[in-house]
Design a protein around this ligand. Structure first.
Ligand SMILES: [Ca+2]
Ligand SMILES: [Ca+2]
Length: 313
């Protein structure tokens, strides 16, 4: 809707002009009123006319200003208009199961779980099983209860599991090495993109941003200019592979050891994938994890040491 100042003032002036004419007619043209000599009423009406003339004068000044400095009401309330109309609809989050053909069997259980959930349909998107969830900026995200259920793939006898790292968007996966000149970091085995070692799951932050988005700028910051969908990819890593190079070896043990020794010192804390470090899966990373990882590296070739066993409840 466009209302410029000039149009607004012209309409108001016309109204006042007609109203003033009617008042004048009551005094000068209406002979009955004059004949009656009702001076009080005439005085009252004259006062009204004087008021109208002052208003007309003020409105004329406003009209001149409006012509010199035109304004657009709709431009000032652009966000609210979009919001009320239709621009805030049709947004979505697409959750991709970001593993290739080497998908562990455990991942299929997540997909089965999604398929069984009401109002959720698993599709193929960009080559991966995915679910699309509609969202409305400025409102709480619904239909999300199933997504946080996608998490760790626990290790079992005869099959290594994978630690759930988190949900990441295309930007996070394209800046895997971080730094001033980021280049995409790829998994040497699968060829899939990897986030930066220090990256953390974006899901909670993304949902909160959508729920509180109140301006076009905030919406664009989430979905990108001209986009209405945000792709999020679930990323896993081998239990214990804290430097995320696709193998679990002494380098990971050294890094985890440094983390336990210096992780609380800001300038000395090493960067690592903390989710992969919780090999004794109890939600905390400490000496117990370091001991288990040391056993795995030292004795894993002699007997089975399972990392990431499902915690007992
Ligand atoms: Ca490693
Ligand atoms: Ca632990």
């Amino acid at each position: 809707m466009r209302i410029d100042g000039e149009y607004f003032v012209v309409c108001l002036t016309k109204f006042l002009f007609h109203y003033g004419m009617q008042v004048s007619q009551k005094i000068g043209i209406n002979p009955e009123l004059s004949k009656k000599g009702d001076h009080n009423m005439i005085k009252q009406i004259k006062g009204s006319v004087a008021t109208q003339r002052i208003i007309l004068l003020l409105m004329s000044v406003v009209m001149i200003l409006a012509v010199v400095f035109p304004f657009d009401v709709s431009a000032q309330y652009h966000v609210q208009e979009n919001y009320i109309d239709s621009s805030a609809t049709g947004y979505s989050l697409t959750f991709h199961m970001y593993l290739n053909s080497q998908t562990p069997a455990a991942l299929n259980s997540f997909i089965d779980m999604l398929n069984a959930a009401p109002n959720i349909q698993v599709i193929q998107n960009r080559g991966f099983a995915a679910v699309v969830i509609p969202v409305t900026p400025g409102q709480p995200v619904t239909h999300m209860s199933i997504i946080p259920c996608i998490g760790n793939i626990y290790g079992v006898t005869g099959a290594r599991g994978q630690a759930f790292w988190g949900w990441f968007d295309d930007e996070a996966l394209s800046k895997g090495s971080g730094g001033a000149n980021p280049t995409t970091r790829l998994d040497p085995t699968t060829g899939l993109r990897r986030p930066a070692l220090a990256a953390r799951c974006m899901l909670v932050e993304t949902i909160q941003s959508i729920a509180t988005a109140a301006t076009d700028e905030a919406i664009e910051a989430i979905f990108g200019e001209g986009n209405k969908n945000l792709d999020l990819f679930s990323v896993w890593s081998l239990w214990g592979d804290v430097n995320d190079d696709g193998v679990v070896n002494q380098n990971d043990l050294n890094l985890l050891s440094d983390h336990i020794a210096f992780g609380h010192i800001p300038n000395l804390a090493p960067v690592l994938n903390i989710n992969a470090a919780d090999v004794f899966a109890d939600g905390v990373v400490n000496q117990t994890d370091l001991n288990l990882l040391a056993d795995y590296i030292s004795f894993g070739n002699f007997w089975e040491v399972i990392l990431g066993v499902r915690p007992q409840r």
